[in-house]
Design a protein around this ligand. Structure first.
Ligand code: MRU
Length: 349
């Protein structure tokens, strides 16, 4: 029962306002660039793949009223918009991937009229959305080949339909396994501070009639010790050329636990999440978010006002802890420096 997380409707970007879930399914219409920027910043739209789509659509909002008469002027409006959108969130590389793909298309058509370039760019966003749908389903086919009947899968944050156009990465694998007739049950980490697991993952799994049990993040170790988890599946925000993976903070702890308990740990991510220019995870910019996300839960203060806070939104899982990375072009295993180098070669071609 998939819903469209993002679409283009009559000149506006239509998104599910994810901050309202699970209480209310509300759509938000962003008709200008700054409202879309805020929606990204405030996690109304979130999750790496859909940020690529949001950025591309945001670029359309940014240039739609451009009065440029020639490409030189137009490229200034384009670059200003790209710079602005790039400042919304730093870690998910998909956002930058979406923007640079749009920029490339604009430059490829630089000799056309500005009106035509705007049309071509809008068409490109439709292509990006269709690709996302296709790519998620392809990853799901590869991923589901690793899933057995009755597997109990633990996941972190939300890597589902809400993080993509309509299907999901890690949760897409679970949807596919279910379609194949496998009975799957899921443990969803609540994912403090912003509770994407508790609010979003459980919501979409229940809608899709998948058995799900919500746990606090600090309960995962206990479950693993009791042999209640068969596999861990997570998404990614940025994967370096050596396979080091940035994902929602707390992912690294799960990977360490998985190794200690000999449980397979899989990352599911499209090629648009790879940043093959980066040698390792050390180079990934990690978003630091405001202290109120930690001192408060859903608007209610839970800590003394003057306490210091550390609030990185993501952490890095080193490649040696990752059993395999599932993509739309296949499943990659260690040594990632070697196996992923094929992707780097492909990107250069
Ligand atoms: O801060 P968020 O909610 O945007 O973080 C999202 C995640 O960390 C997801 O796991 C990741 O983007 C993969 S989504 C397919």
């Amino acid at each position: 029962m998939s819903v469209s997380t993002i679409s283009w409707e009559e000149g506006r970007v239509k998104i599910i306002d994810q901050t309202q879930l699970p209480h209310r399914l509300v759509w938000l219409y962003c008709g200008n660039l700054s409202s879309l920027w805020r929606a990204i910043k405030e996690l109304k739209v979130r999750g790496a793949p859909v940020l690529g789509v949001a950025a591309a659509l945001g670029l359309i909002l940014g240039i739609k009223n451009s009065k440029a008469k020639d490409f030189k002027q137009f490229s200034k409006d384009l670059d200003r918009t790209i710079q602005y959108l790039s400042s919304a969130r730093p870690t998910a590389v998909n956002l930058f991937w979406g923007l640079s793909r749009m920029r490339k298309v604009a430059y490829e058509h630089r000799n056309e009229s500005i009106g035509r370039i705007k049309n071509i760019l809008l068409k490109e966003t439709f292509k990006i959305m269709e690709e996302d749908k296709r790519v998620c389903r392809q990853m799901a086919i590869y991923g589901a080949s690793l899933i057995k009947n009755k597997d109990r899968i633990l996941t972190h944050c939300n890597a589902g339909s809400l993080a993509t156009v309509d299907y999901g990465t890690a949760l897409g694998v679970i949807y596919k396994a279910k379609e194949q007739g496998k009975k799957i049950s899921v443990y969803a980490d609540e994912t403090r501070p912003l509770l994407q697991g508790a609010r979003l993952t459980t919501w979409e799994l229940l809608r899709n009639k998948i058995e799900v049990t919500l746990i606090c993040d600090n309960m995962a170790a206990d479950l693993m010790q009791k042999r209640q988890v068969d596999k861990i599946l997570v998404g990614a925000d940025r994967i370096a050329s050596n396979g080091d993976t940035a994902n929602k903070v707390g992912t690294y702890a799960l990977a360490v636990l998985a190794q200690a308990h000999k449980i397979p740990f899989y990352v599911v991510a499209p090629l648009s999440t790879f940043d093959l220019n980066l040698k390792s995870g050390k180079d990934v910019p990690i978003e630091q978010r405001k202290k109120e996300e930690v001192t408060h839960i859903l608007g209610k203060r839970i800590a003394p006002p003057k306490v210091k806070v550390y609030n990185p939104a993501f952490d890095i899982t080193p490649n040696n802890l990752i059993t395999a990375i599932i993509t739309e072009v296949g499943i990659f295993r260690k040594p990632y420096e070697k196996t992923l180098s094929k992707l780097a070669k492909r990107a250069r071609e």
